[in-house]
Ligand binder design. Structure first.
Ligand code: PFF
Length: 453
């Protein structure tokens, strides 16, 4: 068999991981979660969750991946703990599951770049979203997005993912900075910033049981933890650079880009005279309806240009995440069964496309897929990753994280954080999610798939 590929540079790995982290989660999922849960209040809990749960868990996935240098399921066998392979399997399932509907939304974004250019997306936003987000039109753009994703992953690590993300991530930053600078000049930008940065602590304390799991789930989703993706990406690391430094760089960049996206989205909404409720009430349609409504109020050429740039940024952010979601199952099939990468990519991408058809057809299904993936599959994987690295790998994990770093203290503090409060936090989130899924009557309907319209 050909030798397994590795990232050509350390920066290549960091950019690919940032590309995975920065995606629809930052721009599509975050605003409507935040709007539902008190804006700035949600941001505060989210940032705390990134710091005390997200980063330690991200490093745990890195440790597994780099130690094994093989796909996320085989990794457990390679480390000598084959009985724990189910963790990698649930993660790979989660990435495949998520890819199916992520590509549907990616397809809408693709459509919106053109809809902004022609102005049709901005003329009657609700009708436009209603037309492109369901039925055959949505299936068609889902195919296009999935095909592009397959096209990148088929070229492998160096010539596919690393090369693509080397262009994508810097473009996201530059274009978002430009949009944020423009948003700053808008007359009503201030209330947008205020909503984002001025937490209402009353909201936090009265909705703790709802905000904590939502913010922690979002923190993990946003860092791409719990999907076997970061295990897979770290498995292509050759040299032993500091995982701690890399993880921190990735998390900080992801958070920075997320906040930057908020500094574009919220001023636009407020400048367009919309309340934040417009971003919250719409569920998956939030940014697709609210942003075009706001842009429709601008002089038409400006509205179109901002629309094109905005949706183009979202498109590359979504693509660089989708390729990581596809890579996790592809690596499994390639490494474990020796299937050529081209075939593996086409087969798995094609199957994820089929699984995504109900979500493309009817947004109720998309919400169901998103709910079940993030509330169930993700916490199961993270829970067991944390137990595994904290309590089963133990000192071996410290050995791995120590490489390229020197000194024991960081590793020891990290390991004990995993063993104690990270584990506790993940258990609490897991239980609250289970409670919501199975026992809350109005929201508990999640567990039952919606009828197909
Ligand atoms: N982190 C991505 C986002 O915030 O949009 C979504 C994602 C990508 C989740 C890859 C999980 C993953 F493995």
């Amino acid at each position: 068999m050909a030798e397994r590929e590795t990232w050509t540079t350390r920066l290549g790995f960091i950019l690919a991981a940032v590309g995975s982290a920065v995606g629809l989660g930052n721009i599509w999922r975050f605003p409507f979660l935040a709007a539902d849960s008190g804006g700035g209040a949600f941001l505060v809990v989210y940032l705390i969750a990134i710091l005390i749960v997200g980063i330690p868990a991200l490093l745990a996935e890195f440790v597994i991946g780099r130690r094994a240098n093989v796909d996320a399921i085989g990794a457990f066998r390679e480390i000598g703990k084959g009985n724990w392979r189910f963790i990698g399997a649930v993660g790979v399932l989660a990435s495949f599951w998520t890819l199916s509907y992520y590509s549907v939304i990616g397809g809408w974004v693709f459509r919106y770049v053109f809809g902004s250019a022609t102005g049709s997306a901005l003329a009657e936003p609700e009708a436009y979203f209603g037309a492109v987000s369901v039925g055959s039109s949505s299936v068609l753009t889902h195919i296009v997005f999935m095909a592009i994703t397959i096209g990148v992953v088929a070229f492998g690590i160096e010539r596919g993912i690393e090369l693509a993300t080397k262009f994508m991530v810097p473009s996201i930053v530059v274009l978002l900075l430009g949009l944020a600078a423009y948003a700053f000049t808008l007359p009503n930008a201030a209330p947008g910033y205020e909503f984002l940065f001025n937490p209402d602590f009353g909201t936090i304390s009265s909705n703790l049981a709802q905000i904590i799991p939502a913010a922690t789930g979002q923190a993990l989703f946003s860092l791409s933890v719990g999907f076997s993706v970061m295990i897979t990406y770290a498995s292509y690391l050759g040299e032993d650079d500091s995982l701690g430094a890399d993880g921190l760089t990735i998390a900080v960049t992801n958070t920075f880009i997320g906040i930057l996206a908020g500094m574009v989205v919220l001023p636009l909404l407020f400048a367009g005279g919309l309340s934040v409720g417009a971003a919250g009430g719409g569920g998956p349609g939030a940014v697709f309806v609210a942003i075009p409504i706001a842009l429709g109020d601008f002089p038409s050429l400006i509205g179109q240009i901002i629309g094109i740039v905005f949706f183009f940024v979202v498109l590359i952010a979504a693509l660089s995440s989708a390729i990581s979601l596809l890579e996790a199952p592809v690596a499994y099939v390639v490494d474990e069964f020796g299937v050529p990468r081209m075939q593996a990519t086409a087969g798995i991408g094609g199957s994820a496309f089929v699984l995504g058809i109900p979500s493309a057809w009817d947004t109720a299904w998309l919400t169901w897929f998103d709910g079940l993936g993030v509330a169930l599959l993700l916490p199961i994987t993270v829970l067991f990753v944390v137990i595994f690295v904290g309590w089963i790998l133990g000192d071996d994990a410290i050995d791995e994280i120590k490489k390229g770093m020197g000194g024991d203290s960081f590793g020891t503090v990290w390991l004990w954080s995993l063993r104690t409060f990270v584990l506790l936090a993940v258990v609490v989130v897991f239980l609250l999610n289970i409670h919501d899924l199975f026992f809350t009557v109005d929201e508990g309907t999640y567990i039952i798939p919606p009828p197909l319209q």
